[in-house]
Design a protein. Structure first.
Length: 434
């Protein structure tokens, strides 16, 4: 079952409201009950104290003018009115701060309820000797005290809960609103819509998600672009030898040497394409080991020197002891492709020099020749990530595309520069990361 975060947020908001209201109601009821108990205990204590004082002084009500004293002491007001009555059971006299003729019902110490002037009164009755003291408060004034509780205690709680709810709503809005927009924009995309997502937001988590998705789509777009370029390179590279074979086989007397040469060319091309396809899988870094470049390149140059001599070229080298973390097969293929391009495109008499040295803790491989070189516009394109290196690019072949990818896999940079002058000769410089 899938749940929308907006539904969860709504449920959370409702839960917060219910919790806040429940807390306020519980606080109000508990505070009201506690205050009622406190007021009742206060009435009981005051009645007990008054009864003991009067009994200790052996007061006689008419002689002591107790009624006037009670009226002056316990004055009626709108906020809190107390009703106090003192009964003397010895002579039946009564003194009270409120005029009434209610008789004494019994002499027990207990809580009592009486009615006077249309009001319900609640309080306590206390007996000391022959004196009985009744101290009561109007029941409706308990409700007024409850209203004061609601205003002074629960109102701040309500306001606090409202502020918390507003903050929660703002937090949910800042998080879910951009997230919902992000979801809608992603849902509207298709496989060809890999443009970066534009979503302004102040939420760091949403920004990280947006940036991560943009990075992922950029990687996917790069992979798709390379695959399209790979397919295009394959088509252009295979077209020339296949066309040659077709023409030869269609003739009355096919040239066996030409056919053999084209078959060999196709075999080399298929091997190159296999390397490029494996490079696109992006798993070579997992097989990296420590590679001795001096030993690796010395073996490869040893295989090329006889071929160079047969082609009328001179191959020299200057290889310093150097080790890096990499994949030996790929590095060997890189040097082989560079030298194959020289054999394919340089005339007899070309001098080639291979140098391996350290520059500021970086291993650098340089392959320089004094052949015809490459025109500057094309040479500048060779450093781009995506360059069609087929026969349209003056026969450079897919070999340099493989060199570019091998350099990228090893975190190295591959640069192409002119030899003497702007056109004559070519120097390829491979600089590994430190």
């Amino acid at each position: 079952m899938k749940l929308r975060l907006s539904y969860v947020a709504t449920l959370l908001a409702l839960t917060t409201i219910v919790s806040a209201v429940t807390g306020v109601v519980a606080t109000y009821q508990e505070a009201g009950d506690e205050l009622r108990d406190v007021l009742d205990d206060d009435l009981e204590n005051q009645g007990r104290l008054l009864a003991r004082l009067l009994a200790a002084e052996k007061v006689r009500l008419p002689a002591a003018e107790l009624p006037g004293l009670l009226r002056r002491t316990f004055r009626a007001d709108e906020e809190d009115t107390l009703w106090v009555t003192v009964y003397d059971t010895a002579d039946g006299s009564v003194a009270s701060n409120l005029a009434h003729t209610l008789p004494l019902q019994d002499m027990k110490n207990r809580g009592i309820q009486l009615t006077l002037d249309g009001y319900q009164w609640e309080g306590h009755q206390q007996r000391e000797g022959t004196l009985v003291v009744q101290l009561l408060r109007r029941a409706d004034q308990y409700a007024e005290v409850g209203e004061d509780i609601l205003e002074n205690i629960t109102l701040p709680a309500v306001l606090g809960s409202a502020v918390n709810l507003a903050l929660l709503g703002a937090l949910i809005g800042l998080t879910l609103w951009p997230l919902s927009r992000l979801v809608r924009e992603i849902e509207s995309r298709n496989a060809d819509s890999l443009a970066p997502l534009v979503l302004p937001t102040v939420a760091a988590e949403v920004a990280v998600l947006r940036d991560t998705l943009n990075h992922l789509m950029a990687d996917v777009d790069s992979v798709l672009t390379r695959e399209r370029q790979f397919a295009s390179d394959v088509a252009h590279e295979l077209r020339t030898p296949l066309t040659t074979l077709k023409l030869e086989l269609a003739g009355p007397q096919p040239d066996a040497e030409v056919i053999q040469a084209e078959v060999d060319r196709l075999a080399r091309l298929v091997g190159q394409l296999l390397i490029l396809a494996r490079l696109e899988q992006g798993r070579w870094r997992e097989a990296f080991t420590t590679v001795d470049l001096q030993e690796l390149f010395t073996r490869e140059l040893g295989r090329f020197k006889p071929r160079m001599r047969a082609a009328g070229m001179t191959l020299t080298d200057d290889l310093a002891p150097t080790t890096i973390s990499g994949e030996a097969t790929l590095l060997q293929a890189l040097l082989r492709n560079l030298l194959d391009n020289i054999l394919d495109h340089c005339p007899s008499g070309t001098r080639v020099h291979v140098r391996l040295h350290q520059v500021a803790d970086r291993a650098v491989l340089e392959v320089a020749d004094d052949g015809p070189g490459i025109p500057e516009p094309l040479r500048l394109q060779l450093g781009c990530d995506i360059t069609r290196l087929d026969s349209r690019s003056e026969g450079l072949g897919i070999g340099l595309a493989i060199c570019q990818r091998i350099a990228q896999v090893h975190g190295a940079t591959l640069e192409f520069s002119a030899g003497d002058g702007s056109v004559k000769g070519l120097t390829v410089r491979l600089a590994f990361a430190s």
